[in-house]
Design a protein around this ligand. Structure first.
Ligand code: XIL
Length: 429
């Protein structure tokens, strides 16, 4: 081989090693960020599904498998089979698991909603459920959505089985029922991070104000809450996007200042579909901009420690049935597992990484990202500690099996290739 050839081989290898992440997971690992997806255990036997999850994500969450209606077919039974599949898959691929969700007014089994239980019975049922489920997954699920969607668009508590219909006995006491379940959850698994998860309270609005007020009150009084989940199901792209991103950034910043971390938990950006079920090409570009802006808002806020999409392939998404087919194509991969422009936008932002002033700082008093403090501290903390060094998901990378999406499909690598070619050209001159 000529000397120029050798130089070119060495330069190529050197650039490949310092240059481009081959997957979202690899890019996120570099910044100690969690990048996750909701999964359906029934699809994990599909090779393309499973290999894409393992390659692209360092965190998973059961889309439905840990909800009451799956776990509790009847009052006496706990059916952990589907949830366990998710946990097994995650362990096999060195991924973290988020748990979702312990308390929600939706997707409860009929025996529970139509059981005519009184508040004392309901309180006991809920307490037992939280204890049993969290103990079952102790050490395997690192963070739980303890309460999901408790507020309406005005920031008032929604009527619900657990709050006031008939509730667990705290119906006239505002957020006391939420406080109660966080306390039960902390007792059941003192190491798990405990989240309040909400829809449409992502930017600055009445709902997010109410979340902020509740979290501030909880932190002041030592109620064990560690984070807020921002769902981020985005149904339309007609609005002016930059102010939306700015609102999300401000909200992340004010929550972080209270000493809680923020996870983006259910990101998807659904598109209107034509009669043949296809989106407009322009919308795919705007969708990529939406994903980019949200990922950037998280990366720019030290308190934002995880970004999770609600599924990853348009082949399996709740949007189709939820919108009766009017919307869809909401995720990063198409139905054939090919990356979409949105994938590249996310990959580019993750590859660019956090701004230097938004890197999570590690201080003795800060909230750990992957674990709870041994003793719960109620004082507002600084930005969360770094997870760069500790997470087991950083230890071993998934096999890439010839996959080149991160590098070959997305623009920055193409720019690097051009740079590489011009460097090679000047070497051989
Ligand atoms: C959805 C699931 O994706 C569907 O499979 C299921 O039929 C209904 O629930 N907010 C949440 C999620 O917190 O649990 C919901 O998931 C989507 C809205």
């Amino acid at each position: 081989m000529s000397i120029h050839c050798w130089q070119s081989v060495i330069l190529t290898a050197a650039l490949a090693s310092v240059c481009c992440a081959q997957s979202l997971r690899e890019a996120a690992d570099r910044d100690g960020l969690l990048i996750g997806t909701a999964v359906r255990p029934s699809q994990l036997s599909e090779t393309a599904y499973a290999s894409t999850v393992a390659r692209e994500f360092n965190m998973v969450e059961a889309e439905d498998a840990m909800k009451w209606w799956v776990l509790r077919p009847d009052r006496a039974t706990y059916d952990f089979r589907q949830g366990d599949e998710v946990v097994r898959f995650a362990a096999a691929h060195q991924m973290k698991v988020r748990g979702h969700c312990l308390v929600w007014s939706h997707y409860n089994p009929d025996w529970l909603t139509h059981g005519q239980f009184n508040p004392r019975q309901l309180s006991r049922l809920l307490r037992e459920h939280i204890a049993r489920v969290m103990k079952h997954y102790r050490g395997q699920v690192f963070a739980w959505d303890v309460v999901n969607e408790a507020l309406d668009e005005n920031g008032n508590l929604r009527d619900s089985l657990w709050y006031n219909q008939p509730g667990i006995g705290l119906s006239s006491e505002g957020t006391a029922y939420i406080e109660q379940v966080f306390r039960w959850a902390h007792k059941a698994d003192p190491q798990a991070l405990l989240f309040y998860n909400e829809a449409e309270g992502e930017g600055m609005n009445r709902k997010s104000d109410a979340i902020y007020t509740m979290v501030k009150d909880f932190k002041r009084r030592g109620v064990p809450i560690d984070g807020v989940g921002l769902q981020l199901h985005i149904p339309m792209l007609d609005a002016d996007m930059p102010p939306i991103f700015a609102g999300i950034s401000s909200n992340i910043a004010r929550l972080a200042a209270l000493g809680v971390q923020v996870h983006i938990t259910e990101l998807d950006v659904s598109l209107p579909l034509d009669a043949s079920g296809l989106p407009k090409a322009d919308d795919l570009t705007r969708q990529a901009q939406a994903y980019r802006g949200i990922v950037r808002a998280c990366l720019n806020g030290a308190g934002c420690t995880a970004i999770q999409t609600w599924g990853f392939t348009d082949k399996y998404s709740w949007i189709g049935s939820h919108s009766h087919g009017a919307r869809g194509h909401a995720l990063l991969f198409d139905r054939a597992y090919q990356p979409k422009p949105a994938y590249c936008a996310v990959w580019e932002e993750l590859s660019a990484g956090r701004a230097s002033d938004s890197k999570p700082r590690s201080t003795p008093s800060s909230t750990p990202i992957l674990e709870r403090p041994a003793a719960f501290e109620s004082s507002p903390a600084a930005a969360p500690a770094s997870i760069m060094s500790s997470g087991p998901f950083t230890a071993r990378r998934p096999r890439l099996d010839g996959w080149t999406a991160g590098s070959a499909w997305c623009r920055p690598f193409q720019l690097d290739l051009l740079r590489l070619r011009s460097a090679n050209a000047s070497l051989s001159r």
